[in-house]
Design a protein around this ligand. Structure first.
Ligand code: SF4
Length: 236
């Protein structure tokens, strides 16, 4: 398992390079809200919604005071405004109720499993959102698994599970030290460019030589893709 993860990571690094990440720790609550905004949309739109909040309101407490419809208006560019505004208010209210503060800095001193337990105890926070906080903010060696990452690691033959949460738990503790950020980020890029849900472009895929997917599509012409390496959660 570890050697296959290393092989995948090294082929992806060869193709995409080592993903850039910001210096130092990013605020865990910023990343948590950013992750909610990023669901089911592209990074450009979720970035605009995130900036709408950060530029207009001086704190998450101010955002917590908004009426749900007002918040929906502020973030509508990210899509699913109704659901996302409800989820953001739910988590801010629940966090405030439990901690009497809107701050997750205490998680820095906690073990990975305890952080996952705490974050998923807040209303509206699932394992995927919590794991993004661990990786992107707290710089822990965990690989968040969404449907795209899950699809690729299954096709390649690393795991066999149709449930992202099961895959996440399976990978937990098995990613060689220091590889989780590049492994995760480059898989996201691969899913956008080559390993799409339908008609994957296997002919041009950097993982072709090791991939075990039985329904590879190798009919494509040689293509050069312009890389878009911007990942929202590294840039909050
Ligand atoms: S070879 Fe095809 S199925 Fe395998 S990872 Fe690449 S695009 Fe996906």
């Amino acid at each position: 398992m570890e050697s296959l993860i290393k092989k995948i990571d090294s082929l992806l690094r060869e193709y995409y390079g080592v993903p850039k990440r910001s210096e130092g720790m990013q605020n865990p609550l910023d990343v948590l809200i950013g992750t909610i905004l990023s669901q089911n949309t592209n990074d450009k739109n979720s970035w605009r919604a995130y900036r709408n909040l950060k530029d207009k309101y001086s704190s998450w407490e101010e955002v917590r005071q908004l009426d749900r419809k007002e918040l929906e208006e502020e973030i509508k560019v990210a899509g699913l405004g109704k659901q996302k505004s409800a989820a953001i208010l739910e988590v801010l209210n629940d966090l405030f109720e439990k901690k009497r503060t809107l701050n997750l800095d205490h998680t820095q001193a906690m073990e990975d499993s305890d952080i996952l337990d705490e974050l998923t105890s807040y209303k509206g926070v699932g394992v995927k959102t919590a794991s993004c906080v661990l990786l992107f903010s707290l710089r822990r060696n965990v690989c968040p698994v969404d449907t795209h990452v899950n699809r690729i690691v299954n096709r390649v033959g690393l795991v066999s599970s149709n449930q992202p949460e099961k895959t996440f738990n399976y990978l937990l503790g098995k990613i060689p030290d220091g590889l989780a950020h590049s492994f995760h980020s480059n898989l996201i890029l691969l899913g956008r460019e080559f390993c799409k849900p339908t008609n994957p472009d296997c002919s041009n895929c950097p993982l072709l030589q090791i991939c075990e997917f039985k329904e590879k599509n190798t009919s494509g012409d040689e293509k050069k893709y312009p890389h878009n390496n911007f990942l929202l959660l590294d840039n909050l």
